[in-house]
Design a binder for this molecule. Sequence first.
Ligand code: DGL
Length: 293
Amino acid sequence: MSEPVRSRPIGVFDSGIGGMTVVKELFSAAPQESIVYFGDTARLPYGSKSVETLQRFAREDAELLLSFDVKMIVVACNTLSATALDEVERKARGIPVIGMIGPCAHAAVRTTRNGKIGIIGTEATIASQAYEAAIEEESRRAGIRCEVHSAACPLFVPLAEEGWTEHLATELIAESYLKELRYRGIDTLILGCTHYPVLSNVIQRTMGTGVTLVNSGAAAASVVVELLETEREGEEGSVSIPHGSPEHRVLVSDVPRKFQAIGERFLGRKLPDARLVTWKEAWTISGSMEIPS
Ligand code: DGL
């Protein structure tokens, strides 16, 4: 028999360190919950990959988390949320799946004062136009009109992975990526990649204090908390929290030590030892060529 829902962990995954920005928010919004985190550092970056490849990664990543009997999956990656959320939902078979796009679009529409919203993300996220669609739906619901401007910022991902949070190179790259959005007069900027909050000081300085940054992690964490409360009510007829202290696990597909160091610096707290996981799948070459044995 499986464990009661409340004592099972929440599964969170991303291509690398980015999902830690979501974990940070979950630690503060739901400190009693255990988390299993997977960072697919061997296959990072996701943002420059094709939709077909991203869908395969999404299925494989979800399978890994499901083997830990997670009660919910948080797709802490905007790229996969924009291109492969339904793949994760299919794999999860009824277990709730929370992506980044809906919660962020909701927060941005409720934040903007002048109706001009900017989105920055990976190439795949921006190309998907998933944010434009979600913002259109949210603004219709809120009864307002929004103008949306977007920019892909692919170099922010390796800068965040390197921990170059206050580096001159980061300042120069930010200026080059963001000046057009500044010129457009947006007052709200969606950090549409979970890696970007690692660089939020530089991004805020570049955009100016009049622009409010919307962080995917914070927006998604509030949806997770709502869902946990609903599930607890369903399970016991009252809102309750798991007993005992939470147990967290961190899994990565490459270089665990580097991940751990940057993750701990970012979270400002110790993490359990990051464990290495590898895919034990047979590789095949397309066409008739065979892999020599
Ligand atoms: N952090 C991810 C996102 O939110 C993916 C970054 C990448 O691997 O390119 O899109």
